[in-house]
Design a protein around this ligand. Structure first.
Ligand code: HEM
Length: 411
């Protein structure tokens, strides 16, 4: 029986706002807004220069408070959220870690708040902005490969800034076939179609391997010193951040400062979908952090993770049926996800831990800023402990022995 017809999958793509080729990436992001919003676009398009010349804050103070009512459609809203996100990060961190702004002026805060509400995103630069919606092709008829891609908006950091966001985007794009596989497994499981499930799982494994291969590009395009010393501050948020311990006051929106995490690929829906499909349940604080990161995803993407988590559980299904092929396909997915997470761990060591320790030896107070986690840790959960926990919990999901299958063998 055909459990994964084109129509069924198309209905999922529409419901969860995903595309077959690009997964969670925004297809063909807009690069211009109606002329009324020219002042936002002028600032966002010149952001690097305005931050480096320290002119951005003054220009933000001079901006009028624009109404978001002339924005229509999802892609205009996404571009406006992206532009205001970049401007806000630049505004807060223009003077470096020593002097973050404590207040986001009403000219930014009010429209940003209203647009965020319409999209269901928080009013801070998220992964959904800086990676999923921040790309364009140099040659529009060319391929989506790193040499033919540019950012719509950039922070200081030159090629390392472009490389960091574009390589993340390409890793996310490599996840798209795995998202397809995930949907296929889900539909096949509803009718106990073991072959369909196995095929879907194989797609997930292949996609995870491709993600890891793509990840390697990070080392060619991103310099650890530029990443740690220049770029990282601009993706820092105002939650668990010693530089802004009480958060940021959004003028004209709230009388109290608001705590929000900075952008991080922990906000990527792809990996959380794979975790949900494979029934990997992260424990305690680790799980709570990852669940909290869903608040930074687009509502439709978050709903896919929630739907996968609520379905009859794949792992339980495999444990209770006697298909060793299916079990092997599941285990291959787990191994590929462990490998991806181990590779990520090593990358974090190179880009955060090593330069962070060097900065600490030099007395730099920036250490710990620029991760969504509190790196000094509550309950002793440092960044590396967190990432190792996530990796080890994944590893533990491997099925080493199937109760029903081993019982069958005994009889
Ligand atoms: C130089 C490159 C990268 C660095 C330095 C980095 C750093 C980090 C850090 C510090 C965290 C902990 C959470 C936080 O504080 O934000 C994290 C988590 C995470 N990162 Fe990255 N990251 C990088 C690239 C990527 C890429 C390309 C992906 C793939 C989409 C990715 C996926 C994740 C995921 C899924 C988590 C949550 C933990 C997990 O589920 O394994 N990261 N990353």
């Amino acid at each position: 029986m055909e459990t994964n017809s084109k129509e069924t999958l198309q209905a999922d793509f529409d419901a969860f706002d995903i595309s077959e080729e690009l997964g969670f990436l925004l297809e063909e992001p807009l690069t211009t807004l109606p002329d009324y919003y020219r002042v936002w676009m002028d600032l966002a398009n010149n952001l690097t220069h305005l931050i480096e010349s320290r002119k951005l804050r003054d220009l933000v103070h001079k901006m009028p408070v624009l109404s978001p009512h002339f924005l229509s459609g999802h892609r205009e809203l996404r571009l406006a959220h992206l532009a205001l996100g970049f401007i806000s990060m630049g505004y807060v961190w223009q003077e470096g870690q020593h002097a973050p702004a404590q207040i986001l002026p009403k000219t930014l805060a009010l429209p940003y708040w209203q647009i965020s509400h319409r999209l269901g995103l928080p009013p801070i630069l998220t992964y959904a902005d800086s990676v999923l919606a921040n790309w364009k092709l140099r040659n529009p008829t060319g391929d989506m490969e790193i040499g033919n891609m540019d950012l719509i908006f950039s922070f200081p950091g030159g090629e390392s800034c472009r490389g960091f966001f574009i390589v993340s985007l390409l890793v996310e794009m490599a996840a798209s076939s795995g998202i397809m596989g995930t949907l296929e497994v889900m539909h096949a499981m509803k009718v106990s179609d073991l072959v369909g499930m196995q095929k879907g799982l194989i797609k997930v494994t292949q996609s995870l391997k491709k993600m890891k291969e793509t990840f390697i590009l990070m080392h060619k395009h991103v310099d650890p010193t530029a990443f740690h010393g220049t770029l990282r501050i601009f993706v820092s948020g105002w939650r668990d951040n010693p530089m802004l311990p009480r958060g940021l006051l959004y003028e004209g929106v709230s009388n109290e400062p608001i705590l929000l995490s900075g952008g991080s690929a922990a906000q990527s829906s792809a990996i959380q979908c794979f975790d949900a499909l494979l029934c990997i349940q992260h424990e305690a604080e680790t799980g709570a952090f990852l669940t909290r990161m869903r608040d930074y995803m687009l509502p439709a993407h978050r709903q896919l993770i929630e739907m996968l988590s609520a379905r009859p559980l794949l792992r339980h299904f495999i444990l209770s049926c006697s298909s060793s092929d299916l079990c092997q396909a599941y285990n291959s997915c787990i191994s590929a996800l462990v490998e991806l997470r181990s590779y990520h761990l090593n990358t974090v060591t190179k880009y955060i831990t090593v330069p962070g320790n060097r900065a600490l030896n030099m007395g730099c107070p920036l250490r710990g800023v620029g991760t969504a986690l509190n790196t000094t840790g509550t309950g002793g959960s440092s960044l590396m402990v967190f990432l190792k926990n996530v990796r080890n919990t994944t590893q533990k999901a491997l099925i080493l022995e199937r109760p029903s299958a081993s019982r069958e063998a005994e009889t």
